[in-house]
Design a protein around this ligand. Structure first.
Ligand code: COI
Length: 409
């Protein structure tokens, strides 16, 4: 056991006994916190009365996994992407006292959580989220996750940018599995949708001056979902926004922070009020290169070439995006990750979007400066082939030669 020493504002030294791994994490957390306490004049969580720490869901009913097999009255044929509350959520905490190491995670009844009004996430947006899906297996009992380690690693990467400790990959995947099993009656029947998992990592501890929070909460909740867009599987209609930008160089566009999403609500609402499905954003410097859509990545197809904006910090490195690139390459397409201009888009045969929620969504039209551009959709398109290839693996209908799926039994 080593000893991590974290200093507080008043120069007090906060010792905590840590393992080697914890020491490394504590260094990440501690350096942020040292600065925080020095500049913000806050005090450490260990100096806070216990009542000031975020409430754990202990007061909620203890988890006794439901054995029920059905989701009750739910209409599996019309799921959409609305929130259907399920039975259990997973919660795990980590404070400065824990040296940046999460532990003691457990399932609790799904319900509201209590947060300090001065929590880091409420005041300064210190938070990340992930999106994942569990599918029911067609052949036998059990469920399948798609590349959950990738989500865990993306959360770790984002946590570093947002000055937060993160769960280990093993903790993350184990927590997701527990959440799926506890809510198994909510996993839709094969072909009707998936159980959507929403892992959150938030600065739950109280802080007043701008600084990393002294306590963090990792939480996963679940909801059965169908198609993301109201169009269902039908092609969508995008509008290019050239006045509002989603991200900027040096910003946080490349990590899945909660703060990337509220700012796109206004353009998204404006677009919807005009009959568009969603908004396609341009780069904030040249205002001529495609970035991504509010909730997904974008691809353009010309001949046998599939191109998508390269991830250079302003674009979310989507796990579906990465998988589709590999599947397209396997199928003989030339895939280019590069700058994709508006001219490339106008000249494209096909446009499609990718994301966990969205899956692979064909784009029928894109409107730019009042001009509408049409693209190929329907059977025999590249996007259709990639949709089938991807979902067949995710749903267990095709052999997973890539080792992307993780079974939950
Ligand atoms: C997902 O695709 O899982 C996302 O996180 C996007 C979200 C806006 C629904």
């Amino acid at each position: 056991m080593g000893m991590a020493v974290l200093s507080s504002a008043k120069g007090a030294v906060l010792p905590c006994a840590c393992s080697g791994r914890a020491l490394a994490l504590a260094r990440v957390l501690g350096s942020g916190l040292r600065g925080a306490f020095a500049t913000a004049g806050g005090s450490s969580s260990s100096l806070l009365p216990r009542r000031w720490a975020s409430s754990l869901p202990q007061q909620l009913e203890p988890a006794d996994r439901s054995d029920e097999e059905s989701g009750g009255e739910i209409d599996w044929d019309n799921l959409g992407f609305g929130l259907t509350p399920t039975d259990y959520m997973y919660v795990m905490r980590c404070s400065l006292e824990d040296c940046g190491v999460f532990s003691g995670g457990k399932l609790s009844r799904y319900g509201n959580i209590e947060l300090s009004p001065s929590s880091g996430v409420l005041n300064y947006g210190q938070g990340l989220f992930e999106g994942m899906k569990a599918h029911r297996r067609p052949d036998r009992a059990g469920y399948t996750l798609f590349r959950p380690e990738e989500n865990a690693r993306r959360m770790q990467h984002g946590a570093e940018r947002m000055c937060m400790p993160a769960p280990s990959v093993e903790q993350f995947v184990d927590a997701v599995k527990q959440t799926v099993l506890a809510n198994r009656r909510w996993v839709p029947p094969q072909g009707k949708g998936a159980l959507y998992l929403r892992p959150l990592l938030i600065g739950s501890g109280p802080i007043l001056g701008l600084a990393p929070a002294p306590e963090y909460t990792f939480l996963i909740y679940a909801a059965p979902v169908g198609n993301y867009f109201k169009e269902g599987l039908a092609p969508i209609n995008l509008v290019i926004e050239d006045g509002i930008h989603r991200a900027m160089p040096g910003g946080t566009g490349g990590v899945k922070t909660i703060t990337n999403y509220a700012p796109v609500l206004k353009p998204q609402m404006d677009a919807k009020s005009k009959g568009f499905t969603d908004v396609l954003y341009l780069d904030s410097v040249h205002k001529r290169y495609l970035e991504e859509v509010s909730s997904c990545n974008v691809f353009v197809v010309k001949g046998g070439v599939v191109a998508t904006p390269a991830t250079r910090g302003t674009i979310l490195p989507g796990i579906t995006r990465k998988s589709v690139i590999e599947l397209a390459t396997d199928r003989g397409y030339k895939v280019e990750e590069r700058l994709v201009s508006i001219d490339d888009l106008m000249d494209a045969d096909e446009v499609f979007c990718t994301g966990t929620a969205v899956v692979v969504a064909p784009v029928s039209t894109v409107t730019y400066q009042g001009q509408k551009y049409d693209f190929r959709t329907g059977p025999d398109t590249v996007s259709q082939k990639l949709h089938t290839a991807l979902t067949s693996i995710q749903m267990g209908l095709a052999e997973d030669k890539k080792g992307w799926t993780v079974a939950i039994d």
